[in-house]
Design a protein around this ligand. Sequence first.
Ligand code: SF4
Length: 188
Amino acid sequence: MAYELTKESIVQDALDMGFSHAGLVDVSTLEAREEVRDMCAVDKCHGYNKNWSCPPGCGTVPECNARMKEYDWGVITQITLDMEDAMDMEAWTDAGKKLHDGQVKLNEELHKKYSDILALGGAGCNLCAECTYPDAPCRFPEKRMSGMEAYGLVVSDVCMKNGLKYYYGPDTVTFSGMFLIKENRARE
Ligand code: SF4
């Protein structure tokens, strides 16, 4: 299936790819916050200071803020699954995997059309068995995705400010990702 991947088509393109929900992002609503990054420093994910996609390797909060503002528009992508109950860890795992797989596919499609994309997912990068951080540059910068929280974003806040829900009701789980696009860097 061919996708247009324009600002006008991207929401429908994302839905056609299998995301549950999608919505355009106004880049001016994005705000990296120190308090979100402070949660990364607790290192529950075991990525802090070990991976280019995680803090501090992905940049300081002011650097993340400045980088996000360089882009012209974006799209939020979400996977929502039903849970049998609040302890349905299988649904959580499935939702995280489906978001990741969808993000990888959309990232590949977007890179055919645009040369400068900031891809953010639900978690840090695990492409390599061992990350090169901090001794050598990232092996796959075009494939690498940081978590939205690694960029200091409050995901619920980003969704709300851009007309998307973050929570789709009891016994559902939702994972969110985002792509930012530089329009003037579209490939010919
Ligand atoms: S692609 Fe490899 S080197 Fe780059 S951030 Fe991911 S794990 Fe690290």
